[in-house]
Design a protein around this ligand. Sequence first.
Ligand code: HEC
Ligand code: HEC
Ligand code: HEC
Length: 476
Amino acid sequence: MTSPFPSEDGRFPRLRKLLLGLGALGFIGLGGFLILSTNSAIAPITPPKPDSFNPEAVRRGGLLAHAGYCAACHTRTDGKPGAPLAGDYAMASPFGTFYSSNITPDPETGIGRWSEAAFRRAMHRGISRDGHYLYAVFPYPNFTKMSDQDISDLYAWLMTQPAVRQVPRHDQLPFPLGWRRLQFGWRLLFFRAGEYQPDPHKDAVWNRGAYLANGVSHCDACHTPRNVLGGLMKSRLYDGAPIDNWIAPPLNASNPAPAPWTEPDLFAYLSTGFTPLHGASAGPMAIVVHEGYAHLPEADVHAVATYFADLDHAAQRVGPAQAKIEEAMKTSGEGMSGPFLADTVRWGLNPAGAQFLGTGMRLARVTCGACHANFGPRPAPGRPALALSTALWLPEPTNLYQIMLRGFSADEGRVGWVMPSYYTALTNQEMAEIAAYLRATRTNLPPWTDLEKKAAEVRAEVVPPPLPAPQPAKER
Ligand code: HEC
Ligand code: HEC
Ligand code: HEC
């Protein structure tokens, strides 16, 4: 057998040289890569005393922590719930499961020994104190837009919170994603460091809204589609995206809801979790509202509302949308009790009634009608009009299914309002019938497909709500 790489006196001296050359280049390349992807550590400090921080800075930092929902991502919720900010919150992603860091001021397991400079580098550049790259599940590509002043206030707040000793679990990532240096390449492609630059064509309120939305509040991280490598598609900013088995709807003019998202609607939705012409904030969005915007000064909520009302071109759409809203409201009571009450009692509660009403209408009538039927030009208070809900107008039934399976507890959506969970009451087939019926009667869009299969997929991701403890039957 002859070797494919003959020796010095062999037949391919040129090829050999070329290969050696390429090998050397590769070696230099790898060396360069290792050098370029190595960051210096920032020296640890003696943990600063909480009373060394200006109380006003601490207060402002607390508001920023709400605006960035730090606690939501840095507090363990699965298994044994953890202390606030002590990390170990599990984040499933298409790339594997990440666990967040402990960001309490604990010197050993948290960030107690981090200087403000180390914290600023992490927030602005996604590099940990010891120099390793952080994954972009930590939204540093957004936090990079924050001002130095805001980072400094946030640091002051974090350093005055209770220190908790807790080591997070190890990330579960397939090889080679666990090699953090590979982030170097991802960053070259998708990360641009730099503080927010105001748009000179817009006023101060709009710019404040854009600064908060795209910076600390990272609204785009959920509401903008991503490519296969997990990079945000900047050309499709706020076009809507799947996230955690929900759909974060578009927040630009392609939002499909009949009513445009005006500034007052957005203000009400972000600060209370509900607005009559749209409905309630659910799932991940309930966290944005209740951990986030419900705590912020009104001026900041107005600023963010101003920014998104502009993206949605709401001002131009309000007039023309009136007809669409009226049209939708005409269908809001359709097939759901009201004038048909006698019918409902006679046929709705009786499975044989499906013969006269159709299965979807019969089920919607008995399960949803009592709370969702509307018969006026506007939804009645406490009765979200399903015809106006974005959940019915999205390309997939995902959010409608999530809501049916989970319902709303008193602290989600609008505080104090509840919707029961239908996790145990409805089968996937029944959910599919209701979804098909609502889509067909309350929108003018093409029917959803594979409804039963999708119901099973969403159900698989939902944790069943606890059943009430059985009560012993009372003696008569
Ligand atoms: C969407 C979830 C999410 C949100 C929101 C979030 N973080 Fe994190 N954060 C993470 C994850 C996950 C990590 C770990 C990243 C890694 O291991 O590469 C992390 C890491 C960090 C680190 C680095 C810690 C270390 O030891 O290297 C700091 C500092 C941090 N976060 C601060 C914050 C602050 C401050 C906020 C709020 C303004 C915040 N995070 C909001 C998910 C989040
Ligand atoms: C963690 C992911 C996540 C983040 C961050 C997030 N959203 Fe959402 N948002 C969602 C999901 C999922 C929904 C759909 C569920 C619902 O309607 O409540 C949603 C719904 C909405 C809706 C309702 C849209 C409609 O047509 O019904 C608005 C408005 C909205 N988000 C605005 C924002 C704003 C403003 C921010 C930033 C301050 C933000 N979101 C940040 C996930 C997110
Ligand atoms: C007991 C009353 C009740 C019943 C029955 C009920 N709902 Fe609801 N539903 C509510 C309330 C109240 C809200 C708003 C929750 C909040 O704001 O916290 C809501 C919210 C919703 C939303 C979100 C609206 C939006 O746009 O954000 C959808 C979708 C929904 N319900 C669908 C259904 C379907 C489908 C059924 C039947 C399977 C049903 N509901 C049965 C009371 C009910």
